[in-house]
Design a protein. Structure first.
Length: 320
């Protein structure tokens, strides 16, 4: 769906001397690299939807509309995202970027309104179990089949994703100076954090990192570098990590993604601690303990156990 299907709204005077270019620059400034990338991609997608060349042009089209027309435009964009089959998470991220841009415009007095278009409802953590320990082991074995720099790099990445339950954004943001192999620690900037948290490296994880650092070298900068010809020497991206995990999983006969390794680690931690949610919360670094309860319910299949009880009770009651 393209915006050409919508009749252009008449322009009206903006309510502030702030230019659209200034607004967009202020909106993107000072954000974490991962957030900046996600918001920029979202606004570029919105611009493509409108059929214009830049984020500034897209913002101008939206902000030049009266309140009702702007909400209608956002609703049409929301419908197009759904029609394209994008996941609820991606759809909501893109809508959130547009809403946040308008909210800043409202704060700066550019427009007197905000968008009321809600995201789509998503069912989070539908499968929190991941590939399981056997699946993770097969992926690690597959990565270790290569003893060249790429194999050593990929092994270290897999171990960090699983052994410490790191998110892929946390992994690609690591610098060499964040790793203390001798002290067996890694300094991580967690989701939503601005400062670094020091985590203890298990011995196998530290060993995998040392093997990678021995070939990478101790030069400052990104810990994990791209090995492909086009981007060789640059910091590895989250998208590249997703491809690495998926490729290794395919070779090992396991369907997997980076967050699946984190899921597997959290599920295993709950198994090994007898469902100690508070303890595992420290490992997973989830802000809300209720998120861990979702993992625990899925691990124990509490709904399935209750279903068995109900089914047996129904059968026992037959013929009464």
């Amino acid at each position: 769906m393209m915006i050409a299907a919508i009749t252009p709204a008449p322009r009206h005077d903006l309510q502030s001397t702030t230019t659209v270019a200034d607004l967009v620059a202020a909106f993107l400034a000072g954000r974490k690299k991962t957030t900046l990338e996600a918001y920029r991609q979202s606004l570029e997608d919105f611009a493509r939807f409108l059929g214009v060349a830049s984020i500034d042009d897209a913002a101008r089209i939206l902000l030049d509309r009266p309140h009702g027309d702007a909400n209608h435009l956002a609703l049409t964009y929301r419908a197009s995202l759904i029609e394209r089959g994008l996941s609820p998470a991606t759809t909501n991220t893109r809508l959130a970027a547009v809403r946040s841009l308008v909210k800043l415009a409202n704060v700066l007095g550019v427009v007197p309104w905000t968008l009321q278009v809600a995201g789509v409802r998503a069912r989070a953590y539908r499968d929190t179990r991941g590939p399981g320990q056997a699946g993770v082991r097969s992926i690690v074995v597959e990565a270790a089949r290569r003893d060249d720099p790429k194999g050593l790099r990929d092994t270290a990445i897999i171990r960090l994703l699983h052994d410490l339950g790191l998110r892929r954004g946390e992994v690609v943001a690591l610098d060499v100076e964040d790793i203390d192999v001798d002290g067996r620690t890694v300094a991580v900037v967690g989701k939503g954090d601005t400062g670094k948290t020091t985590l203890t490296l298990p011995e196998p994880t530290a060993r995998a990192l040392k093997a990678w650092l021995d070939v990478r070298g101790a030069e400052p900068g990104a810990l994990f570098l791209n090995a492909d010809r086009a981007g060789k020497g640059r910091r590895l991206t989250g998208r590249s990590v997703a491809r690495i995990v998926a490729t290794l999983g395919d070779r090992a006969g396991v369907r997997c993604r980076p967050h699946g390794l984190r899921h597997a680690a959290i599920t295993e931690a709950l198994d090994r601690t007898g469902g100690n949610v508070r303890s595992v919360q420290r490992f997973s670094r989830h802000a809300d303990v209720r998120t861990l309860q979702v993992y625990d319910d899925a691990r124990a299949d509490l709904a399935g156990e209750v279903a068995k009880i109900v089914a047996v009770g129904f059968e026992e009651g037959e013929g009464r």
